[in-house]
Design a protein around this ligand. Structure first.
Ligand code: FAM
Length: 437
């Protein structure tokens, strides 16, 4: 048994009595009331999901297993010669809550390498799709195609389902997926945008470094990939991709069905696609100005044009956050610390939007949070390194988001979370409850 699995088993055994006790002894304790506005308004703020993988404080932002982003980056073992940690060590942290040693991290690195070969039939599926399919549609199709290899599904079909141990099969499928998602994403990228030429993997590289290598990027981009995957991994469990993955998994669907569903949710413009939209908005605006960096007044006018035409300012606002997203700050710091990027006109424009947009949104008076989210900054970095095909950006998000979603559903199985089934009511019932009938 791998160290990761052994440690995870101990954690699960220690955790189970807590969940059992809460349900048995305190099951009737109330966590809050549900208002009509919440029932109609996307269940915003209703406390009805449980996860220990990450927690999102509206003012502070995300903590992974109790650690802020800077604390997480500082604590994890670093790839030699790099300022950023192994994605594999971060996976260990999300699953177990423990910061792994270098040895424990390298065990995961080796394990993922062994699992990283993309099956030929997945390549066939991708190649059969029209080349102008959105890369997220391709990514989702590739994931669901691999369902035939699910260990969980095959053991279930063979009558070997055991509530206490089925998390092991979920972990197995999750490790397989994590090892293959980067290479699949890279295949889609090279097939769609780089003349269908492909690069052989370098057996020496870790997951993040390998992804950079497979898409044909430079050495510096290896850290971008590591940073990007970690930053996009998890944002507690109510966001669309995490919640969808959890919901589908609650029907005992395996990791492939569940994460493909999560990816489909991530593909929406109000969620993961916003990073593509930010770049499109910014580029269009610069094009209109003939490529020059605008003045603040010109920018303000363009933001108002967007709002007055009934559109949202992409990359701004958030359902939970009420301050600048620390994932935005972390990427902004990367830009400021990277010579060349800091002087890049696109970065300067994005930095100017940060100065101007919050006031415009406040004056507009609708958005509860006028501050930037993760998507407002991520595309600039990709663009700078020559990854200019911005409809691919959400796939990058999807590779990273898998870390959180898959860690969550492994724990869902371990703790035996029930099939999800909230109750719906009719509009007439709401009118009745409000006394306006
Ligand atoms: N620009 C213009 N209007 C905005 C806005 C923005 N950036 N953010 C919110 N609003 C509007 C919103 O459309 C709503 O208007 P209506 O009352 O007319 O429906 C009003 O302000 C209240 O919305 P809210 O309560 O502040 O936000 P929600 O919780 O409903 O929605 C977001 C949250 C993220 C969907 C929303 O802020 C948005 O559309 N932002 C732009 C798209 C974006 O950046 N999405 C990425 C989010 C990111 F974190 C991720 O998931 N990857």
């Amino acid at each position: 048994m791998s160290t990761l699995k052994e440690v995870l088993k101990q954690k699960i055994d220690a955790h189970r009595p807590r969940t059992t006790r809460l349900v048995k002894e305190c099951g009737d304790t109330t966590l809050g009331e549900v208002t009509i506005a919440q029932a109609i308004g996307g269940a915003r703020g209703i406390k009805c999901l449980v996860t220990d993988i990450s927690y999102l404080d509206p003012m502070e932002g995300i903590r992974f297993r109790g650690m802020t982003i800077p604390e997480t980056f500082a604590a994890l073992p670093k790839v030699p010669g790099s300022d950023y940690p192994y994605v594999e060590g971060f996976w260990y942290l999300l699953l177990t809550g423990d910061v792994p040693t270098m040895e424990q991290t390298l065990e995961v690195v080796e394990d993922w390498k062994q699992r990283s070969q993309v099956p030929e039939y997945v390549i066939d599926v991708l190649r059969a799709m029209p080349r102008d399919s959105h890369p997220m549609a391709m990514f989702s199709a590739a994931i669901v195609a691999m369902q035939r290899d699910s260990v969980f599904a095959s053991n279930y079909a063979a009558g070997k389902f055991n509530k206490m141990t089925c998390w092991e099969d979920m972990l197995e499928d999750s490790n397989d997926l994590m090892a293959k998602l980067g290479p699949i994403a890279a295949y889609i990228y090279r097939m769609k945008y780089k003349g269908d030429t492909h690069i052989a993997p370098d057996p020496e590289l870790d997951m993040g470094g390998q992804f950079a290598h497979l898409i044909g990027q430079c050495d510096e981009y290896k850290d971008v990939a590591r940073m990007y995957f970690i930053l996009h991994s998890d944002h507690e469990s109510g966001n669309v991709s995490a919640h969808t993955t959890h919901l589908v998994a609650s029907a005992l669907s395996d990791a492939y069905y569940s994460y493909a569903a999560g990816i489909n949710g991530l593909a929406g413009p109000l969620h993961g696609l916003a990073n593509q939209e930010v770049l499109a908005w910014t580029q269009n605006f610069m094009e209109k100005l003939g490529g020059k960096v605008p003045t603040k007044d010109e920018l303000k006018a363009a933001l108002w044009d967007t709002l007055n035409s009934g559109q949202v300012i992409p990359g701004y606002g958030h359902a939970v956050l009420r301050k600048t997203d620390p994932r935005y700050t972390s990427q902004r710091e990367f830009c400021l610390n990277t010579p060349g990027l800091k002087e890049d006109p696109l970065f300067q424009l994005v930095a100017m939007i940060y100065e101007v947009a919050p006031d415009v949104l406040l004056e507009h008076g609708k958005a509860k949070n006028p501050w930037p989210n993760v998507d407002a900054q991520s595309g600039v970095i990709q663009w700078y390194y020559g990854l200019t095909e911005y409809d691919f950006y959400t796939v990058l998000f999807g590779v990273g988001r898998a870390l959180g979603c898959l860690a969550n559903i492994t724990w869902d199985r371990a703790l035996g979370y029930a099939i999800e089934r909230p109750k719906s009511v009719t509009t007439a019932m709401l009118e009745d409850a409000a006394g306006i009938k």
